[in-house]
Design a protein around this ligand. Structure first.
Ligand code: SF4
Length: 1005
């Protein structure tokens, strides 16, 4: 606000300062939530960001990260020109080249591999939001070696849900915030689903009718505002949940009606222990699953709604075998005393009384506070219901559940609990977001077993196996993918294992590769386990040829991250305000439980550097490589206008393209329809998003709701209007087990059988996290985990001039009792020692942490010199990275084999299994982190003044004020690179300057 004092002494207030020349709308990308934003532009530069009040995701809310997007957009760490390595890998020695040269070189490298053996090209992308394009590109290229970062992020959560209920948490489902009466939050990364959860919690708490229980070893963020915090031991969530299941079964507080109608509780399972079909569903000759009709005393199709299906008992089959309903198996399993609260309490770290009380509260909320909506609806079988009745218990889970090696089964256990309570897609429960629910599991299956030169794959590289036949293995059972996804080691690795690619490529296991291309994945630092090992893999050379073991690395990013110096060819990307993006129903849309939605990003600024959006670059490369799908038979490009052209005109199947809104020549269709040349313009006119509101009778019971299923089919999300029956018991998992027992034509090698048998239990199980089981629990008595601050998103946030003023370094948070045991006081420096290595950090004591656990903020620690930060930045000198002490491999087993440190079902990276001990630093060791690696050599950061400050906005001063001299012009915006810097003992600042230690926000508890 501009103020001045008039002659009269009265203050003149400029209530209408000139803020911007124009306002453009697009979608935020400061984290993965995809909120709508209004970008205020002045003279083509970003003046101000605000939340778009009309946007369905954030309804105007803009978080700290989103607001600070301006400092991301003008980051001094931005890359500015294609780079070609001139020195050794890691040296940071590059020369700038023109785009033509860069693209010609990439085409040459990729073309050679495609002509010989396309498997020797691996393409892995990080936190981009264009996996529908990148996966399809890999398919057209013909390599199976594609995945995005889900393998180290959330595949346990996604796969468990998609193999159990046909949906999952976060992008696939959400709590019914308005009606829920009991909300349980397991783990959770607070930068995932950030604004929607915050807004939902706000709504729920404002109503004041619901209890919010947070289950998390650490009491920060959401846990800090929960009504009850369950600070259990990391990796024991599954045991806690199964004890709740035990209690609910014992008290018969389960929704029999829901189980019978919507789950496979009544489906008969063959009980023939030595037989080849043991544990499979009983089916009639047409393949329909069967139940036992107690009224008629005979087998009946489970789809026969007139049958009175048995839930318990043992029934004869015509061939002399016997069968039992799923529920019988389930009840026997979880009523076992080993799941009783008293039996698990010590291991979980929560008293039996608390577990019993939570179970009772769940039952009370579900069965005594049911929500009844006067909305008539019709189910899939044509039965009319005059009301929608819901069990108002909702749940949400993400990390750490997902990041443990038992995470797949833990997530399945949570879904089992939801099903028993009848709280899925009902008023007050968890609700599917379109296009979910989908078939269980969704189609298609992964393709790529037989990659051939110059041929596309027959299908997408990633998918959902239905059994051993869908594994990506050769005739001898060896993995055909570089990351070993879909092998006998990780059969349901539906998102790949990005965290193993560099290791496996270096080791030539299962085979070497020639070219590795990565996008937006900081594998040289916070996206890799065993950072120093990874850097060695990237720089190791073959002693005979002198060539790098991973011969060629292409990398695209917008910023000079720690990964950049380890690549050979850098293709500089734009910021999120300079490009088109498509947030698609084919990928990760912005739907809610109230209806489908998708969105775009449009460029709101012109790049001031020689950079190009990676998606455009990919399409350009596809044209140069003549990839089918991207070019016509005569070789002419199908999408000469680049990515926006592709977004509007690509059809994945007839009538289905990246965007669902305004399809058809007139733009009057949604979901399906011919491409519309004006589609992007229509999105822009609508604030860059499209949503469709479901009618009230479609809002709940979507898995069995006739009207919804019919709508979903017309939208192309499901192949038929058949109901989606939730799977308490997974026959698919049992198929893998049978293979391990020697049945079927595709069987695991002898060495894998016991592992497959153990982890492919068709009902959810709990087992100790693998590292915990493998290491000495006395020597490494503590769990070490990370949490994600709400104001950061991975490594992007801690380079941001505004956000790093909130948190510029991380501490190791330790419970006072634990600290006392180790003789550690607040502010002490300690070594955090794992079986893999040690890292040094400074302690902050806090009570809100499980005493067997220490934790720190994720990805605050940086390598010196990267991200345009000063060499003295606290992030690199005092902040630390736990990844240094996490191994990507489990300890050696007999025979010398080392499995990846991952979930044995899905291959999800087990970041949260880490076990450590603490040692207080000796005098003289304090003050600086270790390992303190050599600074990354990088070009001078862009746009800093002589004082090392990022000054921005001087030219945006209020013109009127400047012209009239009336009032004080706006301040320019200053983002610091130095203010929070410290010179730490023993670390030369390189300039002979001495700075006073201190400063720098720490955030935290
Ligand atoms: S929650 Fe994420 S997408 Fe939304 S405003 Fe914040 S940073 Fe942007």
């Amino acid at each position: 606000m501009v103020r001045s004092v008039l002659d009269t002494g009265q203050e003149a207030v400029n209530t209408c300062p000139e803020v911007a020349d124009e306002i453009k709308q697009t979608t935020c990308y400061m984290c993965a939530c995809r909120c709508g934003i209004n970008v205020y532009l002045k003279d083509g530069k970003v003046r101000y960001l605000e939340g778009n009040p009309d946007h369905p995701v954030n309804k105007g809310v803009l978080c700290a990260k989103g607001s600070a997007g301006i400092m991301q957009h003008y980051s001094p760490a931005r890359l500015s020109k294609p780079l070609l390595r001139t020195g050794e890998r890691g040296s940071g020695e590059f020369k700038e080249i023109e785009w033509d040269e860069a693209l010609a070189l990439a085409t040459e490298w990729l073309g050679e591999v495609r002509r010989s053996d396309p498997r020797r090209f691996a393409f892995f992308t990080g936190r981009d939001q264009s996996q529908s394009l990148t996966g399809w590109w890999a398919m057209q290229y013909g390599t199976p070696n594609f995945a995005a970062h889900g393998g180290f992020c959330s595949v346990n959560m996604a796969a468990a849900g998609l193999y159990s209920i046909g949906g999952s948490f976060w992008e696939f489902g959400e709590p019914d915030w308005d009606h829920t009466r009991y909300f349980m939050l397991f783990g959770v990364a607070e930068d995932h689903d950030s604004n929607p959860i915050k807004a939902g919690l706000g709504r729920m708490k404002t109503k004041g009718r619901a209890k919010f229980v947070s289950v998390n070893p650490v009491k920060t963020g959401y846990s800090a505002v929960a009504d009850e915090w369950i600070g259990l031991r990391p990796g024991t969530d599954g045991l806690f949940v199964l004890a709740l299941v035990h209690e609910l079964l014992k008290a018969e507080k389960i929704d029999w009606d829901f189980l019978g109608r919507y789950t496979n509780a009544t489906w008969l399972v063959i009980d023939d222990p030595e037989g080849p079909e043991d544990g499979l569903f009983v089916r009639n000759p047409e393949g329909a699953t069967l139940c036992w009709d107690t009224a008629r005393g005979e087998l009946a199709p489970t789809a026969d709604v007139t049958a009175k299906a048995a839930v318990v008992g043992r029934f004869p089959l015509p061939d002399g075998r016997a069968a039992v309903p799923v529920f019988e198996l389930l009840a026997k399993r979880y009523l076992d005393p080993s799941y009783a609260p008293e039996a698990v309490a010590e291991r979980v770290g929560i008293s039996a009384a608390t577990i019993k009380r939570i179970a009772a509260e769940l039952a009370e909320a579900a069965f005594e506070k049911e929500v009844v909506l006067d909305v008539a609806w019709t189910d899939w079988a044509g039965r009319k219901h005059d009301k929608m009745v819901g069990r108002p218990v909702s749940m949400h889970a993400m990390r750490g559940i997902s990041a443990h090696s038992n995470g797949f089964h833990t997530c399945r256990a949570i879904h089992l609990l939801q099903m028993l309570l009848g709280s899925i897609d009902c008023p007050g429960g968890f609700g599917y977001k379109a296009p979910f629910p989908k078939l269980i599991p969704p189609s298609p299956q992964p393709a790529g077993k037989t990659a051939m030169p110059e041929r596309p794959l027959p299908g997408m590289p990633l998918g959902f196996p239905l059994g051993p036949d869908d594994l990506q293995i050769d005739a001898e059972g060896r993995p055909t993918r570089i990351d070993k996804a879909y092998s006998w080691e990780f059969p349901l690795a539906a998102h790949g294992l990005m965290h193993m690619v560099i290791h496996n490529a270096w080791a030539g296991d299962p085979y070497p590769i020639d070219v590795l291309m990565m996008y937006m994945a900081n594998m040289g630092w916070n996206s890799s386990m065993n950072v120093q090992g990874t850097l060695k893999y990237l720089t190791d050379k073959d002693p005979e040829t002198g060539e790098y073991k991973i011969p060629k690395i292409i990398y695209s990013d917008a910023y000079y991250s720690e990964m950049v110096p380890y690549a050979d060819l850098i293709l500089p990307d734009t910021t999120y305000l300079e490009r088109w993006d498509c947030i698609s129903l084919l990928d990760r849309p912005i739907s809610s439980a109230h209806g489908p939605g998708d969105a775009i990003r449009q460029p709101v600024c012109e790049p001031d550097r020689d950079v190009r959006p990676f998606q455009d670059v990919l399409i350009d490369l596809a044209n140069r490589l003549q990839l089918p799908g991207f070019v016509y038979n005569d070789g002419e490009p199908k999408y000469p206008g680049g990515y926006p052209d592709y977004i509007a005109n690509h059809e994945r199947s007839p009538g289905i393209g990246p965007l669902a809104g305004w399809r058809g020549p007139e733009g009057k269709q949604q979901g399906t329809g011919a491409p519309n040349p004006d589609q992007l313009q229509r999105y822009i006119e609508n604030g860059c998003f499209w949503v469709h509101k479901l009618s009230p009778d479609q809002l709940y019971f979507k898995h069995a709701n006739k009207s919804y299923l019919s709508f979903a089919k017309t939208m192309g999300w499901i192949p038929t209007e058949e109901p989606i029956v939730m799977q308490l018991y997974s026959e698919i998992l049992q198929k893998f087990r049978l293979a391990a027992r020697g049945h079927g034509k595709v069987q695991p090698p002898a060495g894998e059988r016991a592992r497959v048998e153990a982890y492919f239990d068709p009902l959810p199980i709990w087992y100790p996290p693998m590292e915990e089981a493998a290491v000495d629990g006395e020597d490494f008595a503590l769990h070490a985990i990370t949490q994600r601050p709400m104001h950061m998103y991975h490594s992007w946030g801690s380079q941001n001039a505004w956000l790093r003023q909130i948190t510029a370094r991380n501490r190791l948070y330790v419970h006072p009792q634990t600290a006392a045991r180790y003789g550690i006081a607040d502010d002490d420096w300690v070594w955090v020692i794992s079986p893999h290595g040690r890292v040094k950090g400074q302690v902050r004591l806090m009570h809100g942490v499980n005493p067997s656990t220490v934790w720190t903020w994720n990805a605050i620690g940086k390598r010196r010199g990267a991200w345009g930060l000063d060499h003295e930045a606290p992030e690199s000198n005092r902040g630390f990275l736990l990844n240094h002490i996490i191994s990507e491999l489990l300890p050696e087993r007999e025979g010398g084999h080392r499995y990846s440190n991952s979930d044995p079902v899905t291959g999800q990276a087990a970041w949260y299994d880490l076990r450590v001990r603490l040692e207080r630093c000796r005098p003289g060791e304090e003050g600086v982190t270790d390992p303190l690696m050599e600074p990354v050599k990088a070009p001078p950061p862009r746009g800093l003044d002589d004082g090392g400050k990022l000054r921005y906005g001087a030219e945006l001063k209020d013109r009127k004020a400047a012209a009239t001299g009336q009032g004080t012009p706006f301040q320019e915006w200053i983002g610091n690179r130095h203010e929070v810097s410290v010179t730490v003992p023993g670390v030369a600042d390189g300039k002979g300057n001495v700075k006073k230690p201190g400063g720098g926000g720490e955030g935290g508890a």
